[in-house]
Design a protein around this ligand. Structure first.
Ligand SMILES: [Fe+2]
Length: 249
């Protein structure tokens, strides 16, 4: 594949709505298993399941129980870890930092990294305020699907300089129909400023796991060492992912 890395079809998916019945992701266990198999078939070797933070606002214990059921169901197939896509806006940051501190909102596999989501129309000013609030408490923001924020396209350098990491969706590199999003995702990879990959897969029929063509584009257009780093090595290092473990918490 591409420039010939032996790891060219391998990926750790750090952003997937795989926990059944807790958000707008997998509707039930059957769908979750089907999504995991589709991801595995395209090279995904470990997954961090990242429900929207609202899934931990109402009944967080149920969400964790559903995660444990999912992990048991996938135990012979691939490791799955717990995370959370934390919705951040300036007026919510007191709530968010409190929920992270108490553990109501899970960090990425228990590390200090927080998958951070904004409104699609977020301004640079608001993104900087949110990132600063997280960093002030010692959390490290990983900006989810950063290529999708139209008004942050000139802010990536400033956000990285603060200490934010950049997650892009694998499908954005090739399959994304919006040319501006696709081109920006490719630019982030070509400039080596994207740090980790996700699928942001939701359901079998809505934004299903789509990895194969994005990885192909990555290995054909970027150096193999960076492609390996973006697709799996950096995620393994940052989030302490072991592809041979069951991801238990
Ligand atoms: Fe998401």
């Amino acid at each position: 594949m591409g420039k010939g890395s032996e790891n060219g079809d391998k990926m750790i998916d750090i952003h997937m709505h795989l926990i059944p019945g807790v958000d707008d992701g997998a509707a039930d266990m059957e769908m979750a298993l089907s999504m995991a198999l589709r991801a595995m078939d395209q090279g995904v070797t470990a997954i961090i399941a990242t429900p929207h933070s609202a899934a931990f606002d109402g009944d967080p214990q149920r969400t964790v129980e559903q995660f444990n059921r999912l992990r048991a169901g996938l135990s012979r197939l691939l490791p799955v870890y717990l995370g959370c896509e934390v919705y951040c806006a300036p007026e919510r940051m007191r709530t968010v930092t409190e929920a992270l501190k108490t553990g109501r909102y899970p960090r990425m596999n228990g590390t200090s990294y927080v998958l951070t989501e904004f409104s699609p129309w977020v301004t640079e000013e608001d993104a900087l305020v949110c990132a600063a609030a997280l960093l002030r408490d010692g959390w490290k923001p990983v900006l989810a699907h950063v290529e999708r924020y139209e008004r942050l396209r000139s802010s990536v350098t400033a956000l990285r300089a603060m200490g934010c990491l950049m997650q892009i969706n694998a499908y954005s590199l090739y399959d994304e129909e919006d040319a501006a999003i696709r081109t920006f995702a490719q630019r982030l990879a070509l400039d080596r400023v994207a740090d980790v990959l996700g699928t942001d897969a939701h359901r079998t029929y809505h934004r299903p796991p789509s990895v194969r063509m994005g990885l192909k584009w990555l290995y054909e257009n970027c150096a193999a060492d960076y492609a390996d780093s973006l697709s799996w090595w950096e995620a393994a290092r940052l989030f302490e992912i072991r592809e041979d473990s069951d991801g238990g918490i």
